[in-house]
Design a protein. Structure first.
Lengths: 421, 421
């Protein structure tokens, strides 16, 4: 990467996401959540895959080998950070989708072999290279839509070998793509319906899979899906105590359908994030606002399932730190698009466009512990940049399902430059 | 175009959209609406911008100068036909969007200069070249998402000069892009709130603008927006009688919010399409099913406005011919994406994925009178083709807000080939 030519983007509306000139180590909350750190008529110089300099006004003379791109007033901003996905999957669930449209119930679909266990069986039967190819294809979709950093969870294995196979595949892909890929261990994604006693699966995940994952991937975050008919509050508690002992940060899917007390417990345990929150109580909104834990909105699931959405506006108004993510998965969020999640976060969770931008860049980087590396435009950070086709970044929230930014730069190289022709 | 090299796409799942080997002149309805004319392990040869041959099984020997593309089992299908858009606009309505999120009412936004008249004022103040540049940008977005043929309406002028200016801009763009662009005259889009007496505007559109548009663009379709506080049933009736006398096919926006009797009248007048239909009565569903008029679903508007959708399933089950379109516009359908409309047509109007594909290709071509030119893969037709990144075309309906097909061919040339890298 260090041999690539310097690139200067000039005459741009630069959203640095660093309103005070440098980013804090902590996520933005309250009124700060809408501050984009705009440099109007600014320029950004990129060298060796990193942000080399930022300025406003007329561009200075650059080294003669610099590629100069005239943004003509358009927006330049940090690439998106998608902090919650299940993009590592194989096998589609198109039959299930059609059956649902035709009126099949959730239970009928489960009985026909559908639902999450259908993906689990596909993963168990797949080779690592099959998982790698499938994930590469999906990450390319997300890159075209502007995602520079992406978290990918395991969780379709539900046994030690299959969970480790998923984490292997994610690591192999991480080394092959220009995006920053962050694995998360989600052995506690579901109860394993293919075991005679699903409780055996819980013990295996806590006692064997978690330690093995933490050994192979030191510092990997440990996630769980806490819900009725999934992991209970008590089992999550045991898992997270073990995870903390292994040095794994905690994240949790909580309050998607039912409020079981997991959000409060996660905050008390110092979780890095609580994700979903569609059914969160007003008391837990207040608790979250007083905590260091970040609330992650996943509105693509509300769109794909039942039009229920997290109380985004209430969370921001209470002073909570929030992020927005795509939740890309084959069952309940069949979309690679973080911009679509941002648009829904505005239309359905009543964020402002500016808040949705911070939530999908800097604050999302905080969820992944990467806030000193990505999520804002500052000297020394990775040169992951987007060039939009507009001078008004609110278009990101207004427009729906577009083809992505005209320019996507990953680690200082154009991954996508202008239109194809 | 005729000098371009022949291209053969081999080992493809070819959706010809011509299940009996040739297309009829009429749109598909009932059970036929789901027939995709699949040629599994098939090939398509393109020469001089046209479909030259189609076959199944192993590809034959092609001329040595032929570019051979191995689809490796992926889907090849006709490019999308978007038969209802308002893509010719300038000025964004982002302030209005933010005000609405913050709770401003429709009337407050109108009082602040928002709503359709804000776009009308921008259009009236814009030069033809400004309109051309804006439309080129938007058509490029639609092309990346797979739209090969696109209808674009006037209707933000509301006076003779401004309406003709819009049609001029659309015609200029039509000659510059590789897509097929079809203009529609929509002088009857709204009441002109900037006139002392809006009734004057109605007389001008019927008596002067329509004849001028029909003279400059012979055979152009005449459209109207029939709704409370917009064009009345009676005024639409007068307009359409005049349009028929000018040789203009009739289309109409009807039943979006209120059922005023326009659908029945349009059918009686032999309208080519009735568009929107969110508030259509069951009697009008039956009338439409017995008619030659095509019902056009515009679910992106339901998504952007109020989650109200046309009764797609009931229309198909009754035997009506239907199409799906994006309705791309700056106020109530801020999306260039026909695939997004198809996904909504399945999720919200309960079409099957196959029905949504026919509705967005062949049947949409029928709405535009172009069914012998585009909308299916048959020898002699325009070579407007899509190469999907999947072997299962249902992904089009399942996946949401993706970055578009990996290959888009327009008139026999690749407009977009594979990923950028």
């Amino acid at each position: 990467m260090s041999q690539s030519k310097p690139i200067a983007i000039v005459d741009a509306r630069v959203l640095t996401l660093a309103p005070d000139g440098h980013t804090p180590g902590k996520p933005r909350r309250g009124g700060m959540l809408a501050e984009l750190g705009v440099v109007d008529r600014g320029w950004v110089l990129v060298r060796g895959g990193r942000i080399d300099a930022i300025g406003h006004g007329a561009a200075p003379g650059f080294d003669p080998d610099t590629e100069v791109v005239d943004a003509a007033g358009r927006v330049v901003m940090p690439a998106f950070v998608d902090c919650h996905t299940h993009a590592c999957f194989v096998g589609d669930r198109n039959d299930e989708f059609e059956a649902r449209l035709a009126g099949a119930s959730y239970l009928e679909i489960l009985a026909a072999g559908g639902g999450i266990m259908s993906t689990v069986r596909s993963i168990r039967n797949a080779s690592v290279s099959t998982l790698v190819e499938a994930l590469l294809l999906r990450l390319e979709q997300t890159a075209r839509l502007g995602t520079g950093t992406i978290e990918v969870k395991s969780g379709y294995g539900l046994d030690t070998a299959s969970e480790l196979k998923m984490l292997d595949a994610i690591s192999i892909v991480a080394a092959r793509v220009p995006q920053t890929v962050v694995p998360t261990f989600l052995g506690a994604h579901a109860l394993d319906a293919d075991r005679a006693d699903p409780a055996d699966g819980i013990e295996e995940i806590i006692d064997r899979t978690l330690p093995a994952a933490a050994e192979a991937h030191p510092g990997i975050a440990c996630d769980a899906y806490c819900e009725e008919n999934a992991w209970s509050l008590e089992d999550c508690h045991r898992l997270f105590k073990a995870a903390s002992a292994c040095g794994c940060p905690i994240r949790v899917h909580t309050d998607q359908f039912n409020s079981l007390g997991m959000t409060r417990l996660a905050i008390e345990m110092g979780a890095r994030s609580v994700d979903h929150l569609e059914a969160t109580t007003s008391q837990d909104v207040e608790r979250l606002a007083r905590s260091e834990t970040i609330g992650v909105l996943l509105p693509n699931s509300g769109f794909c399932l039942d039009d229920r959405y997290a109380p985004g506006r209430a969370l921001v108004d209470a002073g909570a730190a929030i992020a927005v993510a795509s939740n890309f998965n084959p069952g309940s969020a069949q979309s690679p698009s973080l911009p679509f999640a941002m648009a829904l976060a505005c239309r359905k969770c009543l964020l402002t466009p500016a808040e949705s931008i911070v939530a999908a860049t800097f604050n999302a980087a905080c969820v992944l512990g990467l806030q000193h590396e990505v999520g804002s435009i500052e000297v020394g950070k990775r040169a992951d940049l987007l060039l939009l086709d507009t001078a008004d970044e609110r278009a990101l929230a207004v427009e729906i399902a577009g083809p992505g930014p005209i320019g996507v730069m990953l680690e200082g190289r154009w991954h996508r430059t202008g239109w194809d022709r």
